[in-house]
Structures are given as C-alpha cells and as structure tokens.
Design a protein around this ligand. Sequence first.
Ligand code: ZN
Length: 284
Amino acid sequence: VPEEDVTVSVARDTLVCVHAHPDDEALFTGGTQARFGAEGIRQVLVTCTDGSLGFDPKGLTPLDPLHDSAATASTRSFELRASAAVLGLDRVVELGYRDSGMSGWPTNGAPDAFINQPVEEVAERILEVLDEERPRIVATYDANGFYGHPDHIHTHHAVMAAVERCESVERVVAVAMTQAAVERAIEVAEATRSLLPEWLGSRLVGTVLEGAVDVEVDCSSFASLKQRAVAAHVSQIDNEALVAMRADIFAAVFGIERYVTVFDRSGRPSAARRLFDREWLSGS
Ligand SMILES: [Zn+2]
C-alpha cells in the first residue's frame, strides 16, 4: 500500500463539488455525494450562482417581463438547502453570483452576471473554501460545461484556476455522459413510457467517448435520495419528468454517475484512479 493511502485512511477525506446553479448538485453529483457521505467522506457543495433566472415561484420563465428574479433567488436558496439535507451534505457554500441565463439570453450582458465576473476573482472565493476543506478530489464540469451552459463553463474555469493554487487537490473530475448512456436512457424511457428532461431526451448533452470516462460511481442504492433531492427544487418545473419517474426507472437511468479526469497531479497511473480507494468502478 502506498504511503499516501495510509495517510488518507487516518484523516477524514473530503469531496468538494462545485456547481453553477441550485439543482445542478442533485442532477449531476447527487448520487455520488449521497453515497460517499454515507461511507464517511465529508461532503461539501459550492454553488456559484443564485439561480435567479430559473422559473420563478409562479412558474414564469425569466424571459417573461413579470418574472420575479429576487423571489426566485430566495426560493432557490431555500430549495438548495432542502436538497442538501436530503443528500446528507455537511456544508453548503452559496457564492451568490447572479445567474447569467442560457447562452444568447440578453441577461448574458448584465454587468453583475456571473459570466462577467473575472475568473480570478471567482477562483479566489472557491480557493477560500478549498483552503478550509483541504479536499483531495474536486468535482465540477468540463470545459464544455456538460451542455454548453455559460455559467457551467465559467465555473469550470474558476475551479481550474483555484485548484492550481491549492496543494491538497490531487484531481479534478468533471461530470460526463457517454453516447451509450444517453441512448440507453432514451431506450429505457421509451420502453417504460417515461419522460426525460429535455437536455437528455433531445440529446443536447455533450457526450464524451467511452474510454474517456475513468470513474463510474454506482450510486443506484442512493437513487431514491437523488430523486428526492431533484424534487426538493420544487420551483424548477422543468425537472417534473424526473420527479414523476417511477423510482426503479429513475435508478436504471440515473443510478451511475460518470466522470472524466480534467486535472491530475496525483502521479497515479490511470488504472489506479479510484477516487477514495473504495469501490469505484473503473472505466476501461
Ligand atoms: Zn446549471
């Protein structure tokens, strides 16, 4: 056993997930955090934006002139806390930047929009959390932001800048889906007449090659928690299909969370890339 593994078994390990919006934690890393939290690993979540451009409490889209972004932000903060409680997270940090909206929305140009804050400044705030938590592993999005959302991409860049200056971080992994996983999800949904969220059902997600996935977390035993965490984001009615999905089908579609490594100073060969030296299923 390499010496570093002995050290790890003594100190409590920590996973920090950095996301852009309230509900991303439930959708993308919820199963992973629920599972490893249950296994004793400290779970920290950093959410960069206030989600103020989601559906407002009356169900209005942010493109509606009556949309109430202040009410949306406070509702979403409340929902984020509820989701974190379901997942058993130990700490939630809301950086509170203003949601930039989807690519091409006029809100992209707002001076206080998250994407218009300098990467270095955002990185500094993420670094504060990393310095306090000293995690070995950080999870976030890849440079494509999973499906191109500008806030996700900005989050990626800020995380990469932060980890450069945090020695404890050995690896950064990014949430990923393979084409096969997307097709299987669509197949299961069709066979069971279940609806999928638009980004999945319409194949909007940017997929990665099968061989690029080097961590697969089997969190099927925690799928019900993940589904409840998604459900905690009550105001986000575009997640309704996921909330309504039969539990066993949800587990079949979302029971495995996949990651690609986007930063690695661990010095370990890729075949030994189990994040917590526990039962991570290793991709090829
Ligand atoms: Zn998001």
